[in-house]
Design a protein around this ligand. Structure first.
Ligand code: ADP
Ligand code: MG
Length: 563
């Protein structure tokens, strides 16, 4: 029997180092990771066997067994899912084949975070299987890919590398369904509590109650009949809302997001009518670290009639809702076609639009019921949602309802557009705004002095994306958006609020024609025009763009992007 020893990739070694040394709090997550891998393996086989029933040889009772062997101080996690071939074990358990690994590592390195933050980062990235080494000094994996005849044995101490060989007959026999994976953890002295049934039961109930595969606390080779699973073993999203506790919702969120934060919004509903689906969706409290990674896929898992299809289905969610996590389970999509074909099914587009509408309306409700939570949400994801303003005309109204902006009305307080409109002055027909990178700079820009003096509110927009949607959308509620750094704006019809500032009435101003003429002459290569303006009160001069040209900040943004 050939026994091959291989080294871990550099990334794995660094990851293992972090896992072994940094995480003493909350070690329970290793079991969540292993059980969730086992459940994924069952889901995958369930899906593949639709097209090739021979893979399960008729045995479609999927199950997970978590059991101990106190004599050898080992914990076993076994499933009868898809299993792994030799090559798959090498690839999946020996390298980190995922994009973005380096980004995560960099983030951990550059960020002297506490264990909790680090754990959450690792969780988001999904340290997954390697979490085993939080509690074990040696891990064995015995696996057989469904539909094949060879079983392999993988083993590692979580340091330099691993060995892989064919499994012995005894080892192969342990896979009682003739397929799937058995993970054997040689538990560290300081982790003995994971060899106690009560502890295992408690951890599984917390982390895995909602997964759709039953988990048993016994050796499947010796399973007594009528044994009860420790988890509910039915898909959480199919249960009715009244039967689900907040804790169960939150644990399910952690299960699918790997995050340790709490969702700021949980939406669970069933769409009935022309198309039928159930959705259980969450919005995280924290922005995922790869939010702006162009390769980032949606994190919503698509099921068709309880069968897991994909968690990277393009088009299931709008790109500007890419931070939403959860599950969508459709009743209408066909099961027996490829994922690629499925993606083109028009039902997907209908679900996408229905889901977006619902999420936007739930967010609007959140803004009324829990302004503090909404503010957190907007701070994290507002700039992403605003991408939808130019991306999806049919959701513009819903997006404008929840969009919030800083303004000159009240420092450091966000306002909605409809609140802005309700405060507009008599005779004011436009929504005034200024864009820039920095709120402080905007607050002090000379261009808004005249507005402030007259009590006319100006929106202060600091997201790069603002310049883009403002190019496309001309008005809200019939009121045009108008940049205060562009064109001529006549404010003389509005009275200044503090009249003593105005030492002389406008009529007594001296004739400025010669001054303007000489300034124009002096600056003729630099500026297009020189004008007397009501924009200013304290500053003597400011720059504005000509009407019809791009706004000043936009010009800067474009210049940066051209480089
Ligand atoms: P993730 O689950 O996020 O992909 P993990 O580190 O948890 O990352 O697992 C790595 C890979 O190892 C999985 O994607 C899967 O291909 C494989 N794997 C792990 N556990 C199992 C299992 N019980 N059965 C089959 N494949 C598994
Ligand atoms: Mg995993």
């Amino acid at each position: 029997m050939t026994n091959e020893t291989m080294n871990f990739g550099a990334d794995v070694s660094r990851l293992l180092d972090i896992v072994a040394h940094a995480l003493y709090s909350n070690r329970d997550v290793f079991l969540r990771e292993l059980v969730s891998n086992a459940a994924d393996a069952c889901d995958r086989l369930r899906y593949e066997s639709i097209r090739d029933p021979s893979l399960t040889s008729g045995d479609t009772t999927f199950k997970i067994n978590v059991f101990k062997d106190t004599g050898y101080r080992c914990l076993h996690v076994q499933d009868n899912g898809i299993g792994m071939s030799r090559q798959e074990m090498i690839d999946n358990l020996g390298t980190i084949a995922k994009s973005g690994t380096r980004a995560m590592m960099e983030q951990i390195k550059s960020n002297p975070a506490n264990d909790q933050d680090r754990l959450s980062l690792i969780g988001q990235f999904g340290v997954g299987f390697y979490a085993s080494f939080m509690v074990a000094h040696k891990v064995e994996v015995i696996s057989r890919r469904a539909g094949t005849a060879e079983t392999h044995h993988w083993e590692s101490d979580g340091r330099a590398g691993f060995t892989i060989r064919e499994a012995t007959a005894d080892e192969a026999k342990k896979l009682s369904s003739g397929r799937g994976t058995l993970i054997i953890l040689h538990v560290n002295d300081d982790a003995s509590d994971f060899l106690i049934d009560e502890k295992l039961k408690q951890v599984i109930q917390i982390w895995s109650d909602h997964i759709s595969v039953p988990v048993y606390l016994s050796d499947p080779a010796k399973t007594e009949i009528d044994e009860k699973p420790v988890n509910a073993g039915s898909a959480l999203w199919m249960r009715s809302k009244q039967d689900i506790t907040t804790e169960q919702y939150e644990e399910f969120y952690r299960h699918i997001s790997h995050g340790l934060d709490e969702p700021v919004l949980t939406s669970h509903w069933r769409a009935e009518g022309k198309i039928e689906y159930t959705a259980l969706l969450y919005i995280p409290t924290l922005r995922p670290w790869d939010m702006y990674d162009p390769g980032r896929k949606t994190s919503v898992r698509l099921y068709v009639k309880r069968v897991f299809i994909s968690d990277t289905m393009d088009g299931l969610m709008y790109p500007w809702m890419r931070f939403v996590r959860g599950v969508i389970d459709s009743e209408d999509l066909p099961l027996n076609i490829s994922r690629e074909m499925l993606q083109m099914n028009p039902v997907i587009a209908k679900i996408r639009s229905g889901v977006a509408k619902r999420i936007l309306s739930d967010l609007n409700k959140l803004s009324e019921d829990d302004p503090a939570a909404f503010k957190t949400f907007w701070g994290q994801f507002g700039p992403v949602l605003k991408e939808g303003l130019y991306d999806a005309v049919e959701h513009r109204e819903g997006l404008f309802k929840i969009a919030r902006f800083f303004s000159t009305h009240q420092e450091d307080t966000l306002t909605s557009l409809s609140d802005y409109v309700s405060r507009m002055k008599d005779g004011q027909d436009s929504i005034y705004y200024i864009t820039g990178e920095n709120l402080e700079t905007l607050k002090n820009s000379p261009q808004i002095e005249g507005f402030k003096a007259r009590g006319i509110e100006v929106l202060l927009m600091t997201d790069t994306i603002d310049d883009f949607w403002l190019q496309q959308i001309h008005d809200f509620d019939g009121k045009p958006f108008k940049s205060v750094t562009k064109g001529s704006i006549d404010l003389s019809k509005f009275e200044k609020q503090n009249k003593t500032d105005d030492k002389k009435p406008e009529s007594e101003h001296r004739d400025t024609t010669p001054l303007l003429a000489s300034l124009k002459d002096l600056l003729k290569d630099e500026v297009g025009d020189v004008r007397i303006s009501s924009r200013l009160t304290d500053s003597p001069v400011c720059l504005v763009a000509a009407e019809g040209e791009v706004d000043m900040h936009m010009e800067r943004v474009l210049k940066i992007h051209q480089k």
